[in-house]
Design a protein around this ligand. Structure first.
Ligand code: ZN
Length: 317
């Protein structure tokens, strides 16, 4: 029986799961990213989280077939040296090497967390019936991953699927990448909130000004919140139409916390997708929410190592 340890290093939480070859999660663990500037202390927290997931499944490290990991970017691929934007303690941190050492196996693969999400949605989620799909995560940032011809597609440097930096408004707001009008600069949760605040929206008393508050206000009829949520959803639709045309995709899966902002976001997304995806093949593509919002990243990380022909890659020593 092949059992993989799956690891998901997000901006705010560390998660681990023990996953079998059928995609069943047998043990799991999750902790907040500790506030530390010590790279080793952070790695130690990740190891503790991983061992809890193994114990939950009654699996010893010696019984593990392999370790797959999704981590926030940027990173060097396939060497797995990571510098997650939201985790300043790790800059060019040799995450793959450290996992190889810790679990005493060379069968360790580390990739972008949005790529892991794409693998998970393709293996066991909303893209499972397709051979050509894009998964996009709309959250604190906007990222994505691609499955083309039935296999995970990496691009020249492992950066394929960076849909957050597709330009959707050439004269739009400045982006963290140095460009302007990127999808992420418009549609991420924090950028939507910033825009709404600038236009005078305020969260209710005692509430944090976050994406959830904007979505709630929009649903309750706040015009500024609704207008900004609409602009974000529409931007995602424009970007997806471009991607589907370029790559002849069957499915685009939209995941991430901010994508769960409700009907106003989704109606804007679908309307703008429909307005821009006019050729029959593109108009016929499915644009759908994630089927496994909580687990797709972990399942995909496991898929890297459990199904290497479809989702894996070679790491040159
Ligand atoms: Zn950008």
């Amino acid at each position: 029986l092949d059992i993989a340890l799956a690891i998901d290093v997000g901006g705010t939480k560390l998660a681990a799961a023990t996953v079998d070859a059928d995609g069943r999660i047998r043990g799991r663990s999750r902790v907040p990213v500790p506030r530390t500037e010590d790279p080793d202390e952070l790695f130690e927290s990740l190891v503790v989280c991983a061992f809890a997931a193994l114990r939950g499944a009654d699996v010893t490290p010696g019984e593990l077939a392999a370790v797959g990991c999704g981590c926030g970017g940027p990173m060097r691929w396939p060497s797995g040296r990571v510098s997650p934007l939201n985790i300043p303690a790790w800059r060019d941190f040799p995450l793959r090497d450290r996992l190889v050492e810790e679990f005493a196996t060379e069968r360790v693969l580390v990739h972008n967390d949005a790529v892991a999400l794409a693998a998970g949605e393709h293996w066991k989620g909303a893209g499972s019936a397709s051979a050509h799909m894009l998964a996009v995560t709309v959250s604190t940032g906007v990222g994505g991953g691609l499955v083309l011809g039935g296999a995970l597609y990496h691009g020249a440097s492992g950066n394929a699927g960076h849909v957050g930096h597709i330009v959707v408004e050439p004269d739009g707001p400045a982006c963290s990448c140095g460009g302007r009008g990127c999808l992420e600069a418009i549609a991420s949760g924090p950028n939507t909130v910033r825009r709404a605040l600038a236009e005078g929206w305020r969260p209710g008393p005692g509430a944090e000004p976050d994406g959830r508050a904007v979505a709630a206000a929009a649903a309750a009829g706040d015009e500024v919140a609704a207008r900004n949520l609409t602009r974000s959803g529409a931007a995602v639709g424009v970007a997806l139409a471009s991607c589907v045309h370029a790559l002849d995709l069957e499915v685009a899966v939209v995941a991430g916390g901010f994508s769960q902002s409700g009907p106003i976001f989704w109606e804007a997304l679908r309307a703008s997708y429909g307005a821009h995806a006019r050729l029959a093949f593109a108009a016929g593509a499915r644009v759908v929410p994630s089927e496994r919002p909580a687990d797709a990243g972990l399942l995909g990380a496991a898929a890297f190592v459990l199904l290497p022909d479809r989702y894996g890659w070679a790491v040159d020593a």
